[in-house]
Ligand binder design. Sequence first.
Ligand SMILES: *Cc1c(COP(=O)(O)O)cnc(C)c1O
Length: 381
Amino acid sequence: MRYIPFNKPYYTGNETSYIQQAVQSGKISGDGIFTEKCHKFFEEKYGFKKCLLTTSCTDALELAALLIDIQPGDEVILPSYTFVSTANAFVLRGAKLVFVDSTKENPDMDVKGIEPLITDRTKAIVPVHYAGIACDMDPLMTLAKKYNLYVIEDAAQAIDSYYKGRPLGSIGHLAAFSFHETKNVISGEGGMLAINDDQFINRAEIIREKGTNRSQFFRGEVNKYGWVEPGSSFLPSDIIAAFLYAQLENIETIQSKRKQLWKCYNENLLSLQPKIQLPFIPDYATNNAHMFYIVCDGLEERMALINYLKSHDILSVFHYLSLHQSPYYEQKHDGRVLKNSDHYTDCLLRLPMYFELELSDVTRICQLIIKFYSSEFACDK
Ligand SMILES: *Cc1c(COP(=O)(O)O)cnc(C)c1O
């Protein structure tokens, strides 16, 4: 039987020749020709005002936290059901995290639950577009405006996905993307900050370049460069950008294949509802097929299903232990119960999803899941 991993990085074909070109250009540090090509691609295709590649989405989030000048004691509202980087970026600057629950329909943050959490210390809201499916951004942006808060989209999973026709990452003041090898478009490790608010453009370039105005110097805007504020080194080598650019040139192919696989999963598993919950895509959102997940009925059922699939050489994975329950934060959390977040922690299961997966693989996986639920393996009473 064919072993099916959970993820497999896809190489479109031009990655190594572009890397070679970068090497031959004689400049492989940051902001070379391929970095420029990637920036332009994103700015033109999605209308982000300014894009800056970073070495990871984690870095892009840290850069964002520096940009909005998070100070000790500032409060940041974010979902509990998310990757640690969403939280780390702000905790590193001394912020207090205020967790909001996920919705019942999907793991995105419950925007209706935000307003009661806002205090005069609140500085930012960080929506995470889980599985590339948009959070409800209109009411969220209305709240942000009303209370004068920054919105930083964690768009790590959200490349090429939309909210009411607007690209994710173009709505908040700032947005962070990931090109980690588990995402749709990859560079091994890699990320990007998208800047939609002009006031941040200059400082973002400076902080990303060790706190210097080196970028302005190279554009000839200043005649020498120096240290102008505290910063770090967030820019990737042009070798990484060369890899990424090869991927970007093939984004349509990548997306269409992933969507095909996603649809195949969804159609084959529809009959299992309501025994399992399938991904919910609101009318305002598109699906970028970043992930196919199911929500089981309980922890034991999920473990049994993982083991059952494993016994057939298929790797499925769960993730996100709610951050408010984490060893690091549970004592700091204000004690509110976040029921949906905990439910996804216990019950959500991600199925294999990668470009080279075949439709026949998906069909086989689905048949096995259906068989699991019709057999004694299922622990529904
Ligand atoms: C992948 C991911 C990140 C981190 O991305 P890196 O590029 O690995 O730093 C952050 N947030 C979410 C929601 C992610 O899925």
